[in-house]
Design a protein around this ligand. Structure first.
Ligand code: GAL
Length: 380
């Protein structure tokens, strides 16, 4: 009896406190639109500082929100899942009004998201879709399938099988290529690899591209946490196991600049990069400054540029809409099913960057300066 009473009482207390939080109680002040920006805090949870793109993302979101007068709590989780869970928990208990999260593992934050929903805190999934939770309110990203298509296309262009305008190139092949994918716990990985493989498959089927290692399944080629060192190790292993008969690698599909640099280091250590042993065509993503220098120097073939300034702007627009009790404007309401629901999304366009595009796409737009490109390092 006593126990049942306590449970019932507990339920009533919970219901009362939820009502107070949700503004359903009399005169509650949950209508954020009435609050001044200075009274509102946006929690921004980023995965890691080892990749400079996430530093740029974090800074851009913070600066844009602060310019509008909001308070920002920005945290990096060092690519450690428990750390990110704990940081998000803390943002919730400290009363964040909106959360912007780029998850390390797209399925690991479900209990945090439930706590956010219970406290009526809208959650914006930033670049990487959080999966398996109904409590993801909005997604800002790029067209991730097209990123994969662009990466594969730049591999074909680099090998001379295709021209930049999409017409057939003059090269005949066959070419030896190896494939890499990102971290399997990142929802984007499937889109990147899917788009790339749809593009490469006809060439593989025709025998124009040969994956000499035979490793073509995503589970075989994925790199946990997108780590440069792990990519270098896998490339070294591939060279030892599949290219010890004198055969040369002609191209490598890489999904991200950090992975590309690991691959390039392994290739250079094995003697690639001379007139007699040309460096293979290596793709990338994110336009990281170290890779832009490599592209400028003719070492890396290309990257896919995703303007983090625009992504940050969309995250800020979405956060502001939620704070004003509006729905953010989506431009895609079909593609991003997180396993529980289709999450309304705002997807931004991408651009392939070869050496010739560095000036127009990156320098003229102010993303990197000519000095930074020459140095291969971001100026602080
Ligand atoms: C992905 C992201 C890529 C790249 C990668 C590694 O989620 O979409 O642009 O940054 O993570 O950080």
């Amino acid at each position: 009896m006593g126990r049942r009473f306590l449970v019932a009482l507990g339920g009533a207390v919970l219901a009362l406190s939820l009502a107070a939080c949700s503004g359903e109680g009399a005169g509650s002040g949950d209508d954020k639109s009435a609050d001044k920006p200075g009274d509102l805090t946006i929690g921004v949870s980023m995965p890691t500082q080892t990749s400079e793109r996430w530093i740029a993302d974090g800074n851009a979101v913070k600066q844009k929100l602060e310019a509008k007068g909001y308070k920002v709590e920005l945290q990096y989780a060092g690519d450690d899942i428990p750390t990110q869970s704990q940081q998000v928990d803390q943002m919730i208990t400290q009363g964040a009004d909106v959360l912007v999260i780029a998850a390390i593992d797209g399925t690991a934050l479900n209990s945090q998201l439930q706590a956010a929903a219970d406290a009526k805190i809208p959650v914006i999934s930033y670049d990487r879709l959080i999966r398996g939770s109904k409590n993801v309110d909005f997604y800002v990203s790029f067209d991730n399938y097209k990123v994969g298509v662009a990466q594969a296309t730049s591999l074909l262009v680099g090998l001379g099988l295709q021209n930049k305008d999409g017409s057939k190139g003059t090269a005949k092949g066959p070419f030896n290529v190896e494939l890499f994918a990102g971290s399997l716990d990142d929802n984007n990985t499937q889109y990147f690899f899917g788009g790339a493989m749809d593009t490469l498959k006809p060439f593989i089927d025709a025998g124009t591209l040969k994956v000499k290692s035979g490793q073509t399944k995503i589970e075989q080629v994925a790199i946990l946490r997108w780590q440069q060192e792990a990519a270098q190790k896998r490339m070294e292993d591939l060279l030892t196991s599949s290219y010890n008969d004198g055969a040369k690698v002609d191209g490598v599909l890489s999904p991200y600049d950090g992975i590309s640099r690991g691959i390039i280091t392994a290739l250079q250590n094995a003697g690639y990069g001379s007139a007699s042993k040309k460096i293979p065509v290596v793709t990338g993503q994110d336009a990281e400054i170290a890779s832009i220098k490599l592209i400028n120097d003719g070492v890396q073939n290309s990257t896919v540029f995703k303007d983090t300034r625009l992504l940050a702007e969309q995250a800020v627009n979405a956060a502001e809409a939620f704070l004003q009790k509006k729905q953010p404007q989506a431009n895609d309401t079909k593609t991003y099913d997180n396993g529980v629901k289709v999450v309304p999304s705002y997807l931004l366009p991408i651009a392939t960057v070869y050496k010739d595009d560095i000036k127009a796409t990156l320098i003229d737009s102010g993303y990197w300066t000519a000095e930074e490109v020459a140095a291969g390092q971001a100026k602080k």
